[in-house]
Design a protein around this ligand. Structure first.
Ligand SMILES: [Zn+2]
Length: 311
């Protein structure tokens, strides 16, 4: 089974990002002369797939790249991989059949762990390049350096590094072990998930958990406990998963914020099962799904397993 979210044990990296090598001035010349090197083509957030795997291409098929990023070397096979972002014309020339270009969400269901990690890394860094083309200090277009991991302004020398926006996602439980789910205003009717929100400047993850739950659901909770994380490059986040407990005992009242969250509700495992035909829950590759499933104690398409009661 391939690791999709961080609730599964971490056994080791599948891609060696090989950061030390990024600083070599002739990095791309060296890599492109290495017959082992492969290119990961990116076009509008999609890549080429074949037989449920990345369809990496040989450097001699290289077309004009907008941006090149050295992703590192695969741990299995020791293959150096360069992400290349392509124009519409270059992508059409490389592979005109649009059905062979898959999105990260599509790939998540089929790709193996290494391929999924490479594709996620490529999409995340490409998204950053796309939205950080100019110097934040003086507005001059910046140039790409260090294997695609830095952009530099040649007017004032400012270096801009890739950034990731942290967002917390939290499973809140009450004293009977029910889970708090919310329904977002931007979602289709009756879609529910655990609460989430961006970490604000100057805020710890734990403080963001307590703030978001209070803002979105009107529930005071305590003791955030880290569960795991998942890169979420839509466009630039990492989701940091927590569990927290409602402070109040018994039937804890909820108050949705009415803007971002239209409804919040406590669900027992039996209720989640009984209402399964009406409820839409997070897609299976998301950390939200993993956190809910972990609480449920088994697959969501099976009845809840009998639980040992604790005193
Ligand atoms: Zn500048």
């Amino acid at each position: 089974m391939t690791r999709r979210t961080a609730l599964e044990p971490v056994t080791g990296p599948v891609v060696d990002r090989d950061a030390e090598r990024r600083t070599r001035p002739e990095l791309f010349d060296e890599l492109l002369q290495d017959p082992a090197t492969r290119l990961l083509a990116l076009w509008r957030g999609r890549t080429l797939a074949r037989d449920a795997a990345l369809d990496l291409i040989s450097p001699d098929r290289q077309t004009t790249a907008l941006i090149r990023v050295y992703l590192g070397r695969t741990v299995v096979g020791d293959v150096p991989v360069i992400a290349v972002t392509l124009t519409d014309a270059a992508a059409a020339e490389l592979e005109p059949d649009e059905s062979r270009w898959v999105s990260l969400r599509e790939a998540g269901a089929t790709f193996g762990e290494t391929d999924y990690a490479l594709f996620t890394e490529a999409v995340a860094i490409a998204n950053w390049h796309e939205s950080h083309t100019h110097c934040p200090r003086c507005g001059t277009p910046t140039v790409v350096e260090q294997g695609g991991w830095v952009r530099r302004c040649f007017v004032d020398g400012k270096e801009v590094f890739p950034r990731t926006d942290p967002a917390i996602i939290v499973r809140v439980l009450d004293d009977t072990d029910r889970i708090l789910l919310g329904s977002n205003a931007m979602w289709e009717n009756n879609r529910w998930s655990i609460l989430a929100g961006f970490v604000e400047p100057g805020e710890s993850f734990e403080a963001a958990v307590l703030r978001e739950v209070h803002e979105e659901a009107g529930v005071v909770c305590t003791s955030p406990r880290y569960l795991g994380s998942q890169p979420w490059p839509f466009p630039a986040s990492v989701m940091i998963g927590f569990e927290a407990r409602a402070v109040a005992q018994g039937e804890v009242p909820t108050r949705p914020d009415g803007q971002e969250i239209l409804a919040v509700r406590w669900f027992s495992r039996d209720e989640l099962w009984a209402e399964r035909d009406d409820l839409k829950l997070p897609m299976s590759l998301s950390i939200a799904h993993a956190i809910i499933t972990d609480w449920y104690g088994g697959p969501l398409d099976e009845p809840p397993r009998p639980r040992q009661t604790t005193a």
